[in-house]
Design a protein around this ligand. Structure first.
Ligand code: PMP
Length: 364
C-alpha cells in the first residue's frame, strides 16, 4: 500500500513527479472481475501444461543470463503476426507498458513532446512524465471519433515527437480507420515524429477492421505495439511486443535494461505462441459477449459505444459512481474511468456477462 502523502513530501522527489498519482485500477477481492480488460477465460489446460514444461526446462539454465536478444520469441512473434514481418522487425518487453516506456526513453525525454487524444489509455501521460517528456493532448470529435484532418492538424500544430494512437481505443473501444494513421504519419514528417499505434486489443477487432501492421512497409517511423495480456490470456506473464522497421529495435537496445526479458518469461511466451490457436479460441466467444453487452445495454436505454475490443464503454448513466458501487456490492467489479455519465465493462464469459447485466438491470 502507498504510504502517506505527508511522508512522501519528506523525500527529495523529482519536481515533475510531485502531486502525480500512480496508475490505480483497484485490485479488489470480488467474485466477478471485469475491470481491467483481462481475458477471464483462463489459460486452457494444454497450454498450461506446455508452459509448465517449458518453464521447468528453462529453470535448469537459470544460473545463466537469458538470451538478451530473445531470438526464438522474435521468430515466434513474427510468425504469429504474419504480414510478411521478419524477426528483426519484432521487439518485446515485460508488457506493452514497458515497450511504450522504452519508446519514450529512446525517442522522448526532456525537450521533447508526446501527444495523445483523450479519453485514451491513462498510462500515456504517466509514461511521459516518468521519462521527462512533455505530454499534450488534442480533442476528439463527436462520439470520441478521430478524423484524418483533425488528427493531422493536431500532430502538425503540436510538432510532437511522439504520437500515441490507440486502436481499438481504451476506454472507448473503437478502432481507428487506417486513413487517420496515414494522416498522422504524413503530418509528422517535418518533426520526424514516431507514430505509435497501440493495438493492445487488436485481436478483438470487428470483422474487416484492418490492423496498422498493413501500413508498416515504407513507414520507418510507424510502430505497432501489441500484447499477450488480452487475447492471449497471459496478463500475469507480462509480455508485450512491437512491430516496426528493424532500426527501431536498434534504438530500443540503447535504453532497455540488459537481459530485460527473463528466461522464464521467454519460455512461457514461446510455449504460449506455439499454442496460439488454442489460446485465441476464446476470442470469438468474448466477441459474442461483447456484442451482446452492446445490444442489451441499448435495450436498457443506455448508450454503449461500438466496440472493436474486449470491453464496452457505455454512457447514459445519471449516477455512474453509484452504479459502480451497486455492482461492486453485487460482486461485480467494473471500471469507473472518470468520464461523466459513463462506465466501462470487460466482456467476460457468458456467465460473468449475465451476472453483470442482471445486476445492472436491478440497479437502473
Ligand atoms: N495499451 C492499452 C491500450 C491497454 O489498455 C493496456 C492494458 N490495460 C496496455 C497497453 C498495457 O498492457 P500490458 O502492459 O499488460 O501489455
Amino acid at each position: 500500500m502507498p504510504s502517506s502523502v505527508d511522508a512522501l513530501a519528506n523525500l527529495p522527489l523529482r519536481d515533475d513527479l510531485v502531486g502525480l498519482h500512480p496508475y490505480g485500477a483497484p485490485q479488489l477481492d470480488v467474485p466477478i472481475l471485469l475491470n481491467v480488460n483481462e481475458n477471464t477465460h483462463g489459460v486452457p489446460t494444454d497450454v498450461h501444461t506446455a508452459i509448465v514444461a517449458a518453464v521447468a526446462a528453462a529453470t535448469h539454465g537459470l544460473n545463466r543470463y537469458p538470451d538478451r536478444e530473445f531470438t526464438e520469441l522474435r521468430r515466434n512473434l513474427a510468425t504469429y503476426l504474419g504480414h510478411g514481418l521478419t524477426p528483426d522487425q519484432l521487439w518485446a518487453a515485460n508488457g506493452s507498458n514497458e515497450v511504450l516506456q522504452q519508446i519514450l526513453q529512446a525517442f522522448g525525454g526532456p525537450g521533447r513532446t508526446a501527444i495523445g487524444f483523450p479519453p485514451t489509455y491513462s498510462m500515456y501521460p504517466l509514461l511521459a512524465s516518468g521519462t521527462g517528456t512533455r505530454y499534450v493532448t488534442a480533442a476528439r470529435g463527436a462520439a470520441y471519433a478521430m478524423t484524418p484532418d483533425a488528427t493531422a492538424r493536431a500532430v502538425r500544430d503540436s510538432a510532437a515527437n511522439i504520437v500515441f494512437l490507440c486502436s481499438p481505443n481504451n476506454p472507448t473501444g473503437t478502432a481507428l480507420d487506417l486513413d487517420v494513421i496515414e494522416a498522422a504519419y504524413e503530418a509528422g514528417e517535418d518533426a520526424r515524429a514516431i507514430i505509435i499505434v497501440d493495438e493492445a486489443y487488436g485481436e478483438f477487432a470487428q470483422k474487416g477492421t484492418p490492423s496498422a501492421l498493413t501500413l508498416l512497409p515504407g513507414r520507418p517511423r510507424l510502430l505497432v505495439s501489441r500484447t499477450m495480456s488480452k487475447a492471449f490470456a497471459l496478463a500475469g506473464a507480462r509480455i508485450g511486443y512491437l512491430a516496426a522497421a528493424p532500426e527501431v529495435a536498434d534504438a530500443l537496445r540503447l535504453v532497455r535494461l540488459p537481459y530485460h526479458l527473463s528466461a522464464i518469461t521467454q519460455a512461457a511466451a514461446n510455449a504460449a505462441l506455439t499454442h496460439a490457436d488454442t489460446l485465441l479460441s476464446n476470442v470469438e466467444a468474448i466477441k459474442v459477449q461483447r456484442d451482446r453487452i452492446v445490444r442489451e445495454l441499448e435495450a436498457l436505454g443506455l448508450s454503449p459505444a461500438p466496440s472493436d475490443a474486449n470491453f464496452v464503454f457505455f454512457g447514459g448513466l445519471a449516477d455512474p459512481h453509484g452504479v459502480w458501487e451497486g455492482l461492486l456490492a453485487a460482486g461485480v467489479l467494473i471500471r469507473d474511468v472518470g468520464i461523466p455519465g459513463s462506465l466501462r465493462v470487460t466482456a467476460g464469459t457468458e456467465q460473468e456477462t449475465t451476472a453483470f447485466l442482471s445486476a445492472l438491470q436491478k440497479l437502473l
